[in-house]
Design a protein around this ligand. Structure first.
Ligand SMILES: C[S@@+](CC[C@H](N)C(=O)[O-])C[C@H]1O[C@@H](n2cnc3c(N)ncnc32)[C@H](O)[C@@H]1O
Length: 248
């Protein structure tokens, strides 16, 4: 049973009012502790070997297919000189491509300093390092100190983080115009694959886990934070979405 489920079950032994309060607060505290361990796991999972391999792949073949679909959905707005906030940008496929195409500047927040080092190296190679700012750490913890951007992206990041509501909600709050994300589809095949991956990760005693968060819940959170869906595309594995700020 997960830590969150254990807390929920224990709260059932308390009087109803106290239980409701305890459930909410304890759930939040446990999720924060789990998120903290998860961030150590993320940094280890996306270490220097993975970062070097991913950078070599990006230089040879360009963005992954799902990332390219997301870039295409954001390109028109980005090319008009938009600012970007790329959360968990990895080697920086989104911001390198969009800055080369006309975006004004980008902030890249990442838990992995090895991925930041790779993205920084690529920015220097492309000659646009002066338009990039790198911030190392967990976006959820750092969000209050970060500026809004015209375009905010979470490309294959939601599946790394246990508390989807916090991650997506805070990312949405930083979005002035467009929000783009890529996350796993909630299909039986994906749920099975992710369960198998997590069994392997547990056997290797790493803290990192993969999550399939409900796309309907992700949509709810984004709508609650003032964003409406403009575009949705699917591959066998990924759902790729673009949302726009309501009333703009
Ligand atoms: C699967 S990789 C995806 C990288 C890139 N966006 C892509 O699609 O190629 C996940 C990335 O998200 C970062 N990450 C995960 N959770 C994060 C968080 N809460 N704050 C900042 N970065 C995070 C990881 O360090 C890693 O760079």
């Amino acid at each position: 049973m997960s830590s969150v489920a254990t807390v929920t079950k224990l709260a059932g032994l308390l009087p109803p009012d106290v239980a409701r309060l305890a459930r909410g607060n304890l759930r939040r505290i446990v999720l924060r502790m789990v998120s903290c361990c998860q961030c150590e796991g993320i940094a280890a999972q996306f270490g220097s070997k993975t970062a070097r391999r991913e950078l070599r792949r990006f230089r040879r073949r360009g963005p992954h297919r799902s990332t390219q679909v997301l870039i295409d959905g954001l390109r028109a707005e980005a090319n008009a000189g938009a600012s970007l906030l790329d959360i968990g940008g990895g080697v920086g496929a989104i911001h390198h491509t969009l800055i080369d195409g006309g975006a004004s500047d980008a902030t890249h927040v990442d838990v992995s300093d090895d991925y930041i080092a790779a993205a920084r190296e690529e920015a220097a190679r492309r000659g646009h390092a002066d338009r990039l700012r790198f911030v190392h750490g967990d976006f959820v913890q750092l969000a209050a100190g970060l500026s809004e951007a015209d375009i905010v992206t979470l490309d294959r990041v939601i599946c790394c983080y246990p508390d989807m509501e916090l991650l997506v909600g805070r990312a949405a709050d930083k979005t002035r115009r467009l929000f783009g994300a890529v996350y796993p589809r909630n299909t039986a095949l994906m749920r099975f694959a992710v369960r198998a991956i997590n069994v392997l990760l547990r056997a290797r005693r790493t803290a990192f886990r993969v999550f399939v968060h409900s796309p309907a819940r992700i949509d709810d959170v984004l709508r609650q934070h003032g964003l409406d869906r403009i575009e949705r595309q699917r591959t066998m594995v990924w759902e790729i979405v673009v949302y726009g700020r309501r009333g703009r």
